[in-house]
Design a binder for this molecule. Structure first.
Ligand SMILES: C[S@@+](CC[C@H](N)C(=O)[O-])C[C@H]1O[C@@H](n2cnc3c(N)ncnc32)[C@H](O)[C@@H]1O
Length: 242
């Protein structure tokens, strides 16, 4: 599934529209990244070494380096096209980022040369993994963290029951149609938007877990103080400390 997810993001036309689409489809992204950054108990002058899982176009990496300007980021993504956009976004800040094209399911291989990380973070990427893959990726991430290091994840979840999921999806689709204001034919009305999202999610291999399962993954991977720091409908910021 995940190779399919990577291929879906390696298309120039998808990437060109990516950040505008994120504004429409995930208006909480900024808030979620803000919360994830606030959770990290480090001084802004700290020289942190961070790992970004699924860096995409570099939104979180840019915000991380704004919050911790003395820090460095190792940024992993399977899609070279996304990494090219991240480099463009980061401009001169890119000198603090070591970009790597690769599959996060081989995490330990990619970072065997790095001593350890103070922070591992991710946004909107881990839901492309199956439960078993997520378990193994988060375990590998925890093994790369130094004792006392932090893992934070801003991502989508699925509801515990189909009734709740149905209502949350209705709220989601109505929100997108309202924000698009008829200016984008993909989101002209409820039906068109639903069709677009169904195709997109099938194409990208989305497979979000319930919040309960996500928290269990973090605990089983060896994190302590596992918590939900922010939640709205189908989006959550979770994390824990090694
Ligand atoms: C929805 S984007 C999120 C990007 C960015 N973190 C953000 O918040 O905008 C998901 C990213 O995860 C990457 N991805 C998905 N599965 C992956 C895998 N197994 N290994 C590496 N990258 C993967 C995709 O290529 C894509 O860039």
């Amino acid at each position: 599934m995940s190779r399919k997810s990577i291929r879906a993001y390696d298309l120039p036309e998808r990437v060109a529209a990516y950040d505008t689409d994120m504004e429409l489809m995930h208006p909480n992204r900024s808030k979620m990244v803000q919360v994830a950054l606030e959770v990290l108990p480090f001084h802004s002058d700290a020289r942190l070494r961070a790992l970004d899982l699924g860096v995409g176009t570099g939104y979180f990496a840019e915000r991380f380096l704004e919050a911790f300007p003395q820090s460095s980021v190792h940024a992993l993504d399977g899609a070279r096209t996304m990494i090219d956009l991240a480099k463009a976004r980061l401009g001169s800040r890119g000198k603090s980022v070591d970009f790597r094209v690769g599959d996060m399911r081989d995490l330990r291989e990619h970072f065997a040369h790095v001593e350890s990380f103070d922070v591992v973070y991710s946004s909107y990427a881990l839901h492309h993994l199956t439960l078993d893959e997520k378990m193994s990726v988060v375990r590998a991430a925890v093994s790369l963290l130094r004792p006392g290091g932090w893992f934070v994840n801003a991502d989508i979840v699925v509801a515990d029951t189909s009734g709740v999921e149905k209502r949350i999806q209705e709220i989601r689709v109505n929100g997108i149609v309202e924000r698009a204001r008829g200016a984008d034919p993909r989101f002209a009305d409820y039906e068109a938007t639903r069709r677009f999202l169904d195709e997109l999610e099938a194409n990208e291999g989305d497979q979000p877990l319930t919040l309960k399962d996500d928290l269990q993954v973090l605990r089983e991977a060896g994190l302590g103080d596992v918590a939900v720091y922010w939640l709205e409908y189908r989006e959550a910021v979770t994390g824990g400390r090694k």
